[in-house]
Design a protein around this ligand. Structure first.
Ligand SMILES: [Zn+2]
Length: 421
């Protein structure tokens, strides 16, 4: 295949992705507008009309904003590929006096910095205009700037050694470099999964053990019943940044923990918090994090195999505007190709994640928390102005969690099964 045909193929896939994602965003926006005037049958008596309308307005604001932001960033990506800018920037940092590995790292850092700069105005608008307008923002410009700087420093501290070792393997490890590079990157990811909750997350938030009181007693009883170590239950000060509430399970081995946002504790009754906790314990008991990690390692191995196969193929570099081959260029090309050439796998990955959510919900229901979890999902949906009726194509493609209606229906099914026993 020639460079021109390869570039044409890229452009075709690029437009397929952008076209498809814009189409489902528009469908979703129309779906929300059509349904915004009246609470549908499914939620009659569960969501009041005022909340329904506010949620529709929030969804439309967010949806049209991310559609525009997505199109701007797509246009920029296409410009970078077709104009030859990727190659020219590389030539710019290719000072022969520098160590070649250092040059490579500098180039990749520069490209990612350009994209971060481009996304900055969008992030600011999202936080300080849209979130603010709908009453969710609690972030100050100062905290926003601090997060930004910390994020950049962390990327540098982690990215530098990772890229250095990667380039070292590519230079010196022979034909099987990609296997060694994969093993190293996989080990790096495992260590990060272990260290993230202990080292990185505390740089952004404060994590405190559950305070004494009736909630803690309730949770201790539930955790004892489900055989979960309560040392691993933490409250996070999510309210520093946003009124949105959430909970998640993270970490491996001794570092594994369940994190409840303080906003969640203030919006749910104790039974609701316990039900959310049972759901998170469900993720742990069913080893969902291990399965997701396994999947992401398999995808990583595939990516390294693709890199190895494409590395010595000159048309690839010409197609993306480089004057000649080079390992940093190869990594940048991979990151530009990863969206257009894999976006159709998205529904598969999201359905995998949704299956886990159903399993965790069913686990909570079998632990006797089904009704309270249903109530909690509705309260969280109302408080967070969640889009309770997305377009089915949109949720099928994007959603990592089933919709609230789907989860409530599944919880009812588990309830009937149990009643029949
Ligand atoms: Zn979950």
């Amino acid at each position: 295949m020639k460079a021109e045909s390869l570039r044409a193929l890229y452009v075709v896939f690029f437009f397929l992705q952008t076209g498809w994602e814009s189409l489902i965003s528009l469908l979703n926006l129309r779906h929300v507008r059509v349904n915004s005037s009246r609470v549908p049958e499914t939620f009659a008596g569960l969501v009041d009309e005022g909340t329904w309308k506010r949620s529709a307005s929030y969804t439309r604001d967010r949806g049209s904003f991310s559609l525009i932001a997505g199109l701007v960033s797509s246009a920029f990506v296409l410009f970078m590929v077709l104009s030859g800018a990727l190659g020219r920037i590389r030539d710019l940092v290719d000072a022969p006096s520098l160590n070649p590995r250092l040059r490579g790292i500098l180039y990749i850092a520069l490209i990612s910095l350009i994209f971060r700069l481009l996304s900055l105005p969008f992030a600011l608008y999202s936080q300080f205009v849209i979130e603010e307008r709908h009453g969710f923002n609690k972030m100050t410009p100062r905290l926003f700037a601090a997060d930004l700087v910390k994020g950049l420093l962390i990327s540098g501290v982690l990215g530098f050694p990772l890229l250095w070792v990667l380039f070292l393997f590519m230079d010196a490890a022979g034909g099987l470099w990609w296997v060694y590079a994969f093993l190293f990157t996989a080990a790096f990811q495992l260590v990060m999964t272990l260290l993230y909750p202990l080292v990185v997350a505390p740089l952004f938030n404060t994590f405190t053990p559950l305070p004494e009181g009736s909630l803690k007693e309730k949770i201790l009883r539930l955790a004892g019943l489900l055989e979960f170590k309560t040392r691993g239950i933490f409250v996070m000060d999510g309210s520093r940044r946003s009124r949105h509430s959430n909970a998640y399970f993270t970490g491996l081995g001794a570092a594994k923990r369940i994190v409840l946002f303080d906003t969640l504790l203030s919006s749910l009754p104790e039974e609701g918090v316990a039900a959310v906790l049972a759901h998170e314990i469900g993720h742990e008991k069913k080893r969902h994090l291990h399965r997701m990690l396994g999947l992401s390692l398999a995808l990583m191995l595939a990516a390294f195999a693709v890199l190895a196969a494409a590395r010595n193929w000159p048309p690839l570099y010409t197609a993306f505007g480089f004057s000649g081959p080079g390992d940093p260029a190869l990594l940048v090309i991979l990151s530009f190709c990863s969206g257009p050439f894999t976006f159709f796998l998205n529904p598969l990955l999201s359905s995998f994640s949704r299956a886990h959510e159903y399993e965790a919900d069913a686990y909570a229901a079998r632990a006797g928390c089904g009704a309270a979890l249903g109530e909690a999902l509705l309260t969280l949906g109302r408080d967070n102005l969640t889009n309770l009726s997305p377009h089915p194509w949109y949720s099928f493609y994007h959603y990592s969690h089933p919709t609230t209606a789907e989860r409530l229906a599944a919880l009812r099914r588990v309830g009937t099964e149990q009643a029949a026993l």
